[in-house]
Structure formats: C-alpha cells, structure tokens
Design a protein around this ligand. Structure first.
Ligand code: ATP
Ligand code: MG
Length: 137
C-alpha cells in the first residue's frame, strides 16, 4: 500500500467541486486516509513549493495557492502516487487527457485544480508537512 498527498487547489474549492474530486479518488480505488480544508499562509505555500523557488512562475504560484482555502488529503492504495497523477491529468489542462480531473475542472496552467505528489520521497515529505501520524488511518 502506498500513500500520496493530494491538494484540491483554491480554484476547484471556489467552484464547489470538492465532493466531485474526492469521488474520483474513491471511485478509482484510492482510499481517503486523511482530509481537511484549510487556508495556507504565504509561508506554508513557499515552503511546500520550495522546489520551484527559482522558477519564473513561483510568486504567481504562491499567490494563487493562498488565494482561498484548499483541501489537503492523504490518498492510499496500490500505486497511489502514479494512480493519482493519472487521475489528475497533465499540468496544463489544455493537454490533459479527456476524463481527467484537470481536463474536467481546471481552467489553465496556473489554476489547475489539483496537486499530487510526484515521487515516494516527496509524498512522505508532503504528508508529514500537513498531517500528524494520528490523523491518518
Ligand atoms: P503540482 O505540483 O501542482 O501537482 P505538477 O506536478 O503537475 O503540479 P509542477 O511542474 O510540479 O507540476 O508545477 C507546480 C505548479 O506550478 C503547477 O501545478 C502549475 O500550477 C505551476 N506551473 C508549472 N509550470 C508552469 C508554467 N510553465 N507556467 C505557469 N505555472 C506553472
Ligand atoms: Mg509537482
């Protein structure tokens, strides 16, 4: 069993599709091991996306991630990391395959509805950034 971190980003929360996105996970064999809605601080978003600190879009990305509440979840299942990335679709919704979360709910590459961990190493870091062990089951 593998775990991964998902974030439903401010654009999708504002649109009222939290339930529809969580349903994609549960309907495709990913269990919701933990979930909560929260408002990220600027420091939270800068720390979470520190890997992109040198990218030209970093400031816009941080501004976007704190523009409204998000829903962070731990998803669990077989190959959960790859499975979640598959359900999410490509980073740019214009390139995302039909039926993926980003194709169905995202507007553009800045407001792209969801985040998902991209490796086992990052999943462990991201899960412990948001959740205590006793919150995950
Ligand atoms: P995420 O990390 O949010 O799950 P991802 O792994 O598909 O998305 P990354 O390359 O990690 O994509 O980029 C992180 C986020 O930065 C993207 O989700 C997107 O919102 C933003 N981003 C990435 N590339 C660009 C770009 N070229 N222009 C603007 N924003 C971008
Ligand atoms: Mg990424």
């Amino acid at each position: 069993m593998e775990q991964t971190l998902s974030i439903i980003k401010p654009d999708a929360v504002a649109k009222g599709v939290i339930g529809k996105i969580l349903d994609r996970f549960e309907s495709n064999g990913l269990k919701i091991a933990a979930t909560k809605k929260m408002q990220l601080s600027r420091k939270d978003a800068e720390t979470f996306y520190a890997i992109h600190a040198e990218r030209p879009f970093f400031n816009d990305l941080v501004d976007f991630m704190i523009s409204g509440p998000v829903v962070v979840s731990v998803l669990e299942g077989e190959n959960a990391i790859a499975k979640n990335r598959e359900l999410m679709g490509a980073t740019n919704p214009k390139e995302a395959a039909a039926g993926t979360i980003r194709a169905d709910f995202a507007e553009n590459i800045d407001a792209n509805a969801v985040h998902g961990s991209d490796s086992a190493e990052n999943a462990a870091i991201e899960i412990s950034f948001f959740f205590a062990d006793r919150e995950i089951s």
